[in-house]
Design a binder for this molecule. Structure first.
Ligand code: LMR
Length: 352
């Protein structure tokens, strides 16, 4: 072997050692930015991921969680992730279309998920995986879907039937589907960052908004909204995402540990979401500041009828196939439900 080849080989070994040494010695920092308060399902799950990830990697990874838009607001945080200024986010699914992936807006379609069973069939099955994969072309890896809940309408005017929404200025997330949903109700949508909503409600820039109750309560929106109507008209959940280059460059063993931590944090997130929203509803009622309006079956039908056209009108934008697939999952979930009911009835009959 010539001297120069030996030298080159030594140099590469040295380089490799230095590189491994760099990973080995320095702590890998994951900045995880989000926009909600610490006592929400998303924030709690982020903290659970931090605890699990740090314990599993024995301090080789440090997860810094920045809640409540303390680092970046909605739009900025996505830009920061793509630039590598933060490594992990969990934006609401309504915030992905501005990246160029309009299919994510399927989650915003009013009344497309009749229940959580359908939602989980979508997020935890091939439809969800397919959506996450679409993020890779944007330099992003999608790791998981985290639940929050169905959205409710709030305002300073009592809202019971769809026509009560006429002329109401409503804050929305940056989603064309939500924009059309508000217009279908005769309301005036205004897209604002989540961090600006409380102030916008307080100053009257907008009359109302829509959110799962956990978000409404933890941002104190109930203090500036006189009415909350339990419309359950559409869904709000999250995709947990990482910067692809950062993720791909991680040592394999670390990435494996982080994936395992993410799986556990996801189960946790999806377990607590419903109870957090129920607790928030109790707290809103107890505050005495907001009157909670429940809908009769007849009122609910009127909301569904008013919002059904949104699904048809948005099929071209989102993808008619995707909408059909979600509707199929809803039908399958219902079939499972009746099969389970039937099974339980048979067992009960023979147990008599
Ligand atoms: C909103 O902007 O209303 C939500 O996306 C906030 C969140 O992250 O839950």
């Amino acid at each position: 072997m010539s001297i120069s080849r030996t030298l080159l080989r030594c140099l590469s070994v040295l380089l490799l050692l230095t590189c491994c040494h760099a990973w080995g010695q320095s702590t890998i920092v994951i900045k995880f930015s989000h926009v909600v308060a610490n006592d929400t399902p998303k924030a709690k799950a982020a903290l659970r991921f931090k605890a699990l990830a740090e314990a599993a990697t024995k301090g080789r990874v440090r997860v810094e969680v920045y809640p409540n838009s303390s680092l970046y607001k909605d739009k900025e945080e996505l830009e920061a992730l793509q630039l590598g200024a933060v490594q992990m986010l969990a934006p609401s699914l309504a915030k992905f279309a501005p990246l160029g992936i309009k299919e994510f807006e399927v989650f915003d379609v009013p009344y497309i998920f009749p229940d959580k069973a359908t939602l989980y069939r979508v997020t935890q099955g091939p439809v969800g995986q397919n959506l996450l994969q679409k993020l890779e072309t944007k330099g992003i890896v999608g790791l998981a879907f985290w639940d929050n809940g169905f959205k409710q309408m709030s305002s300073n005017k009592p809202i019971r039937v769809p026509s009560d929404m006429r002329g109401q200025k409503m804050r929305i997330q940056p989603s064309k589907v939500i924009d059309l949903q508000m217009r279908a109700l005769g309301a005036v949508p205004m897209s604002l960052a989540f961090s600006e909503v409380f102030q916008a409600l307080k100053t009257g820039l907008v009359d109302g908004t829509e959110n799962p109750i956990s978000n409404l309560y933890t941002q104190h929106m109930h203090e500036v909204q006189k009415y909350l109507t339990l419309t359950n008209h559409a869904y709000l959940g999250y995709a947990v995402i990482v910067n692809k280059k950062f993720w791909d460059d991680l040592p394999g063993d670390i990435r494996d540990e982080l994936e395992t931590a993410m799986k556990s944090a996801t189960i946790y997130a999806n377990t607590i979401a419903e109870q957090e929203n129920e607790a928030a509803l109790v707290a809103v009622r107890r505050s005495g500041k907001t009157l909670v309006v429940s809908l009769s079956a007849k009122d609910l039908l009127a909301w569904k009828a008013a919002l059904l056209p949104v699904q048809k009108n948005m099929a071209g934008r989102i993808s008619a196939d995707l909408i059909a697939r979600v509707n199929l999952e809803a039908a399958l979930a219902e079939k499972n439900e009746s099969a389970a009911c039937c099974g339980a009835a048979i067992i009960a009959f023979f147990d008599r």
